[in-house]
Design a protein around this ligand. Structure first.
Ligand SMILES: N=CN[C@@H](CCC(=O)O)C(=O)O
Ligand SMILES: [Zn+2]
Length: 412
């Protein structure tokens, strides 16, 4: 089955195979071809170029993309898309004056979601999560990372990870799974945190690794959650079991979590709303991707990750949604890209690089996803007719997507 897209107004993010990350000043450059075509064979991009060089190509299906822009599908490297129910009551509580931390301290927050998830069957959890996944695919997401972390018991964490595995088998999108056993301290361990960390280390990690339910290990390294010492113990155990660190750090406080992530060769350090010079220095000369989650800042009214400081230090940055019921009930990468431009002063080129190739890097898949490249997976967005690609972040809140192609198949 082949699919040919012709008369593309502008084809974005055209890269050589060896480009798997974009950093610093290079993030300002978004390579494009105007008046272009792309040929897909089965699930792979096999050819692309300018319509000026186009010679009649036979294909099973042809799309005329006149006036439209084509770009790689979004690569969302940080989500908690598998969860039960919602936390809209906490949203109202925050409007009425409580803070996110205060809600958590009185047993709401992550513990609230954990209770809901523990009381939800695996099939029901799958159905709820599949709906969310299909919705974000229609918004242009073609590769996504999903974390556990609302189980907080061995059984419930395994249940979440099995749901992620089932989504990954039954959906066309690329899915990467992360064990976030240490997301919050369950009530039963209130006065014995080290016993819970032991449970993560001695039971969750070995089981998850043996059953190959996750590739990454995550920790919510934050005051009131898990300390540097807890985080280091968990990362050590994860690495020993073949899991790669990808951690939550610096959401509310900067106290050395970034350097710890770098020390453990974390693939990414995520959040970074609070970032100091030591954190930036730690990231220099590392292979760790800083990941910003602007929808979380928007929803919680907390600072935005200082993207300019990061990029101007010569570093890369990725953008992701953080889709979860508490701090970001949205999996819309289009909104993320707009918000990064509007609030973090990233240029459209930087934001698109951050949401495609660098997002793919933060999932360890940028050799296969995140750019238009011969041999890469055919995961593409075709926009509606728009004046330029700047219009994507500019017209925030509009749905500008006409078609989404995943693995060479039109899914919207
Ligand atoms: N910060 C930790 N974890 C999630 C939020 C969890 C929740 O509130 O349910 C996040 O990345 O924002
Ligand atoms: Zn998160």
């Amino acid at each position: 089955m082949s699919l040919l897209i012709i008369n593309i107004k502008e084809l974005l993010q055209v890269r050589e195979t060896n480009v798997t990350i974009v950093k610093g000043n290079d993030m300002k450059i978004l390579p494009t071809i105007k008046n272009a075509y792309v040929l897909i064979d089965y699930d792979t991009i096999v050819e692309y170029g300018s319509m000026d060089d186009y010679e009649n190509i036979e294909a099973d299906e042809v799309i005329d993309a006149k006036g439209k822009i084509v770009l790689p599908a979004w690569c969302d490297s940080h989500t908690h898309l598998v969860f039960a129910g919602d936390r809209s009551q906490e949203f109202v509580d925050r409007i009425n004056g409580l803070t996110y931390e205060e809600i958590a301290a009185r047993g709401g927050g992550i513990l609230n979601s954990a209770e809901k998830l523990q009381n939800t069957s695996e099939d029901e959890l799958y159905e709820q999560s599949l709906k969310r996944l299909n919705a974000v695919i229609k918004l242009g997401t073609g590769a996504i990372e999903i974390k556990s972390g609302y189980g907080l018991t061995v059984d419930a964490e395994l249940k979440m990870l099995r749901v992620i595995k089932r989504l990954s088998k039954e959906s066309q999108v690329k899915i990467k799974a992360t064990l976030l056993g240490a997301h919050a301290l369950p009530k039963e361990y209130k006065d014995n945190k080290s016993a819970f960390v032991d449970l993560v280390i001695n039971e969750m990690i070995p089981k998850v690794s043996k059953e190959r339910l996750a590739e990454y290990i995550d920790v919510f390294c934050e005051k009131g959650y898990f300390s540097l010492e807890d985080t280091e113990r968990i990362l050590n155990a994860g690495v020993e079991h073949g899991l790669i660190p990808k951690i939550h750090v610096n959401q509310f406080n900067a106290f050395g979590g970034v350097a710890l992530g770098v020390k453990y060769n974390a693939l990414s350090v995520d959040h970074l709303e609070e970032l100091n010079n030591e954190d930036v220095d730690a990231l220099k000369n590392s292979k760790t991707m800083p990941v910003a989650l602007p929808s979380c800042s928007y929803f919680l009214s907390i600072p935005y990750t200082p993207a300019r400081q990061i990029i101007d230090a010569g570093l890369p940055i990725a953008l992701a949604t953080d889709y979860n019921p508490g701090s970001t009930p949205s999996g819309n990468m289009n909104f993320v890209v707009s918000t990064a431009c509007i609030k973090m002063k990233m240029t459209p080129e930087e934001a698109i690089n951050a949401a495609t190739i660098n997002g793919a890097y933060a999932m360890g898949i940028s050799n296969q996803y995140g750019s238009i490249c011969r041999g890469k997976k055919a995961n593409l967005i075709i926009t509606k007719e728009i004046p330029s690609y700047h219009y994507l972040p500019y017209a925030f809140g509009d749905n500008l997507i006409d078609k989404v192609i995943i693995n060479g198949r039109i899914v919207l």
